[in-house]
Design a protein around this ligand. Sequence first.
Ligand SMILES: *[C@@H]1O[C@H](CO)[C@@H](O)[C@H](O)[C@H]1NC(C)=O
Ligand SMILES: *[C@@H]1O[C@H](CO)[C@@H](O)[C@H](O)[C@H]1NC(C)=O
Ligand SMILES: *[C@@H]1O[C@H](CO)[C@@H](O)[C@H](O)[C@H]1NC(C)=O
Ligand SMILES: *[C@@H]1O[C@H](CO)[C@@H](O)[C@H](O)[C@H]1NC(C)=O
Length: 468
Amino acid sequence: MMFIINLNLKDFNEFHTYPILNTNAEIMFLALLICLLLLCFLMNKRTSCKVYLIDFACYKPLTSQMCTRELAVKETIRSGYFSEETLDFMKKTMERSGLGDKTYLPDIFFRPKYDPSMKDARQEVEMTIFGSIDTLLAKTGVRCEDIGILIVNCCIYNTSPSVTSLIVNRYKFKKSIITYNLVGMGCSAGLLAIGLAKQLLQVHRNSYAMIVSTEIITENCYTGNDRSKFLINCLFRMGGAAILLSNRTSDHKTAKYLLLHTIHTNTSSSDRSYNSIIREEDNAGIVGITINKHLISAAIATIRPNVATVGNLILPIHEKMIYMIIHMLRKLFPAMKLRPYVPNYSTAVDHFLPHVGGRPVLDELQKTLGFSDENMEASRMTFYRYGNTSSSSIWYELAYVEAKRRVRKGNRVWQIAFGSGFKCQSVIWHAMETVDRDDKNPWTDEIAAFPVDLTDLQPFPEFFESLN
Ligand SMILES: *[C@@H]1O[C@H](CO)[C@@H](O)[C@H](O)[C@H]1NC(C)=O
Ligand SMILES: *[C@@H]1O[C@H](CO)[C@@H](O)[C@H](O)[C@H]1NC(C)=O
Ligand SMILES: *[C@@H]1O[C@H](CO)[C@@H](O)[C@H](O)[C@H]1NC(C)=O
Ligand SMILES: *[C@@H]1O[C@H](CO)[C@@H](O)[C@H](O)[C@H]1NC(C)=O
């Protein structure tokens, strides 16, 4: 390019009266034009592969469904299903896990008898799912007919026609909508759905993808006395989120986040991992979800490669270099007994949002990745305020940091979720703008009361041992 220009300038000076000049100028002009077009084309290609998060909404249940820990225990006693010992365990678990007094339960738990019908479950579906979709549509102003892809993930609750059909029917989405209903895929399926949406957006042009992440707990209460199944009763609460993604280039101005990476890992091929969270009957034939003592080791084995891949993708070069050098030294001189170097992940991410994975897992993650208490705050506060809402919890966490006005333009956000399978998923976002809180954020009117001090909690009770 430079060469042509120089040549032309020279020509211009020397032969400016000759006709050849015109041709040269024309050629130059043409070359420039082609270059420009090529550049436009390339840039367009680059931007059109991008996936944006336009906005998301988290459902905030009615105040009438709020349930203190004390009330939860009272209702559980009243149901008459449980032994003294189980109730005692419930009290301890709720207290020590860091669960607060304002979580929400579906209507069924406030009735004299726990005897859920399909109608009750559907009522919860309508509240959480329609509630979050309505908020999302109001927030983004997107029209239902523009939504081309719908993905719902809900682990245990399943019905027919599927929840996706229920949504399409209610909102009268267009006939050509592509729907996926992910069932049984655990708490990490919400981020799996982001990965799926990303792939779908690459083949279906010009449309929006809506993702709904939730768990419907009405029918999920375990009514036996096996401790390893009872944990779910103590910690699971009502909640849901709806997320809108798009890859329209025109949306980059209004989008909140740009999707940078999705990383999926799983260790389902290992029996230990597979069995660590499993739905099965207890000795008395009552169905529940067993969480066994291999959970922590399965979690570590699955989370580690995921975190390593994330590090590879996002860590700055100096962190990688130190890691490489120490790694090599360890290999070459084992006698030196060097400790493996753990890169400082906060050099590459501004907001770390791990799934409300229970205190032992979170403490372990914080320690190994070197995150500060402030980095972990969103996860702990979400659990305190909303309980374990399964796959939607990471969205309450993102809403938390937004409500705290901590998300600045250019910040990187790392959501990481893990659950049965065992599976672990990470998603990295780039904030397009500094995000302010809005009145549809579930935290907005109470954010000043957070963070709550949870430092003097007693150790977590041993819940893995089965009573039978
Ligand atoms: C969405 O992405 C795909 C693949 O990257 C691209 O072909 C398509 O044109 C994009 N859609 C829009 C509206 O840019
Ligand atoms: C399982 O892990 C592999 C890589 O280890 C990944 O390619 C695949 O997408 C994962 N599947 C799920 C369901 O997470
Ligand atoms: C990690 O990096 C962050 C940001 O650069 C810094 O504030 C923090 O002190 C570092 N932590 C350690 C343990 O080096
Ligand atoms: C929430 O549920 C998931 C999936 O069942 C589990 O992995 C996680 O440990 C739970 N969190 C707490 C705090 O119990």
